[in-house]
Design a protein around this ligand. Structure first.
Ligand SMILES: *[C@@H]1O[C@H](CO)[C@@H](O)[C@H](O)[C@H]1NC(C)=O
Ligand SMILES: *[C@@H]1O[C@H](CO)[C@@H](O)[C@H](O)[C@H]1NC(C)=O
Length: 447
C-alpha cells in the first residue's frame, strides 16, 4: 500500500526514469586460491591451509574473477539494460605485481563489455591500478594511459569523442553524456593524494590540467542545461577511521571552491573506502579549508550559522572485494527526469553477497540490503538524492539510536565476521557438535 501511494505521488512529477549501476573496488587477484595460511596472512594465495578454500571470496582477502563474474552475472539478472555502468576504480588486487596490472584492468573491464554490450561503461582509475601504487602521472606520452585508452575505446562504449580519449591520455579523466541533458564527469583523483609523489601543491597547482578542464566542463554543461554527476575514486574528505585527509589540502580547496560556485551539482560518487557512507559539504567547511591553505585570511568573516546549510553530498559505496572484512556490495541507482528535463538521482538499491552463506550454503543470489528511499520522505525523494536527503538522515541518526544501529550494519555491508561461530554456539552445547556445526554451517549443520 505504501509503495502504491508512493508511486502515485511521483507520477505527475517524473516524466522519464532510467537506471545505472555503480561497481567499485574490485581488487581482482588472480592468485586467489581460497586458502589462507599464517605465512601469508594478507592474502589468499596459499596452496593449502588449515581452513577449507572458500569460493566467492573470503573476509580479509581480495577475490578472483569468480566473485567478479558472480556480480556481473547478478547485475545482468537484476537489470540487464541500465543507461550506463560506473566502474569506479581499483580493478587491481592490493598485492599483485606491476606487470599484472594492465591485464587485470582489461580482464575486469572486458567482463562488463561482454555482459553488457551497447551499454556505456565508464571506468575511473584507482590508486591500485597505477603500476606503482598511487603513482599515476600525466600524459600525453604515457604508455599506461595510452594502452588503457585503446582497450576502453575498442568497445566504442567509453569515449564519445576523440577529445574525451585525449583527456584520458593526458591525465585519466573524461566526460560522457549517456542520456540527453545528462553529463557524467569522471575524474582521476589519485593525482591529488598525498601518497602520490609525482605532485606537490607548491609546484603543481593543477596536476594534468584537470581542474581547468573540470571548470570548463562544468560551465559548458551549465550552459547546455545538462545535469551533472561527478565520479572519482578517492574522495576529498577524511577517511573516517584514522583522520587521514585523502587529498592534499590545496587540491581539496580547489574542489570545494568549484562546488561552491556550482551548487546546481548536488552529489558526487566515490570509491576507495570499501564501505557505505557520505560526507556533506557546507559553507563553513569551504571557509575553514580556505583559511588552512591561506587562500583567505584567518580573520575573514565566517559564514553565519543560518546560511551554513550543506550544499553537496559526497557519496561512498561498498567494494566488491571483502578485503576489509566487509561483504561485497554494489548499487543500482535510479535516475528521474523532471518536467524541466533536469535529471535527478532519485534512489538507490544496495545489493550484497553474504560470503559466508555463499560458501557454506551455496546461496549466491544477491540480497537487497536496503533502498535509500525507504528512509526518506517523498518530498526529499522528489528533489533527488543530495544534501537535503543526507542531512535529514544524519539528523535522524543523531536522535534515534535504532536508526544509527541500522546504518552501522550497512556500513560494513551486513558483514558479521563470526556469524557462523555465534550461531553454532547458540545451537549446540557440546564442543563436538559445535565444531561440526562451524565446519559445515548451513541449515542442516545448524539443526
Ligand atoms: C577509437 O575508436 C574509434 C571507433 O569506435 C576509432 O575510429 C578510433 O580510431 C579509435 N581511436 C584510437 C586512437 O584507437
Ligand atoms: C551450487 O549451486 C549451483 C546453482 O545454483 C549449482 O550449479 C552447483 O552445483 C551448486 N554447488 C554445490 C556444491 O552444491
Amino acid at each position: 500500500m505504501r509503495l502504491l501511494l508512493f508511486a502515485i505521488a511521483l507520477l505527475p512529477f517524473y516524466v522519464r526514469a532510467e537506471s545505472f549501476w555503480l561497481v567499485t573496488d574490485f581488487h581482482m587477484d588472480s592468485h586467489y586460491t581460497g586458502y589462507v595460511d599464517s605465512s601469508q596472512p594478507k592474502n589468499c594465495w596459499a596452496q593449502k591451509g588449515s581452513a577449507p578454500p572458500q569460493t566467492f571470496g573470503r573476509y580479509g582477502c581480495d577475490p578472483n574473477m569468480e566473485l567478479v563474474n558472480l556480480f556481473t552475472g547478478s547485475m545482468k539478472t537484476i537489470d540487464p539494460k541500465p543507461s550506463f555502468i560506473l566502474l569506479n576504480g581499483d580493478f587491481c588486487g592490493h598485492d599483485i605485481s606491476s606487470g599484472e596490472k594492465f591485464d587485470t584492468v582489461r580482464t575486469v573491464y572486458q567482463s562488463y563489455a561482454q555482459s553488457f554490450p551497447n551499454v556505456p561503461l565508464l571506468p575511473s582509475l584507482g590508486n591500485d591500478d597505477a603500476l606503482d601504487n598511487y603513482q599515476l602521472a600525466c600524459g600525453p606520452n604515457n604508455d599506461y594511459y595510452n594502452k588503457l585508452s585503446e582497450v576502453f575505446n575498442a568497445t566504442g562504449m567509453t569515449f564519445q569523442t576523440s577529445d574525451d580519449m585525449a583527456t584520458f591520455q593526458r591525465g585519466g579523466y573524461y566526460s560522457y553524456s549517456p542520456l540527453p541533458n545528462l553529463r557524467i564527469i569522471v575524474l582521476n583523483t589519485v593525482l591529488y593524494s598525498p601518497s602520490n609523489r609525482n605532485f606537490d601543491t607548491s609546484r603543481d597547482s593543477d596536476p594534468c590540467g584537470q581542474f581547468a578542464w573540470l571548470q570548463t566542463t562544468m560551465a559548458k554543461a551549465q550552459q547546455k542545461g545538462e545535469s551533472v554527476v561527478v565520479m572519482a575514486h578517492i574522495p576529498p574528505t577524511d577517511n573516517g577511521y584514522d583522520s587521514q585527509f585523502l587529498w592534499r589540502d590545496a587540491y581539496a580547496d580547489r574542489w570545494f571552491s568549484l562546488l561552491s560556485a556550482n551548487r546546481q551539482i548536488p552529489l558526487s560518487i566515490f570509491g576507495h573506502l570499501h564501505h557505505d557512507g557520505w560526507v556533506l559539504l557546507r559553507p563553513s567547511d569551504v571557509h575553514a579549508l580556505a583559511v588552512r591553505v591561506g587562500r583567505i585570511p584567518a580573520n575573514a568573516p565566517a559564514p553565519n550559522r543560518a546560511d551554513d546549510v550543506p550544499f553537496h553530498a559526497h557519496l561512498y559505496a561498498p567494494s566488491v572485494t571483502p578485503s576489509q572484512g566487509n561483504n561485497p556490495g554494489i548499487r543500482r541507482f535510479t535516475l528521474a527526469q523532471d518536467g524541466a528535463s533536469k535529471w535527478l538521482v532519485g534512489d538507490y538499491n544496495q545489493y550484497f553477497l553474504d560470503i559466508e552463506r555463499a560458501y557454506f550454503m551455496n546461496k549466491t543470489a544477491l540480497t537487497l540490503g536496503y533502498s535509500i528511499s525507504d528512509h526518506l520522505r517523498p518530498t526529499e525523494v522528489k528533489i533527488g538524492l543530495g544534501p537535503v536527503a543526507f542531512t535529514t538522515l544524519a539528523m535522524q541518526m543523531a536522535s534515534n539510536a535504532r536508526i544509527y544501529a541500522e546504518w552501522s550494519m550497512r556500513h560494513e555491508v551486513y558483514s558479521s565476521l563470526k556469524q557462523h561461530q555465534y550461531l553454532c554456539a547458540m545451537m549446540h552445547s557440546s564442543r563436538e557438535q559445535y565444531n561440526q556445526c562451524v565446519a559445515t554451517y548451513g541449515g542442516a549443520a545448524m539443526m
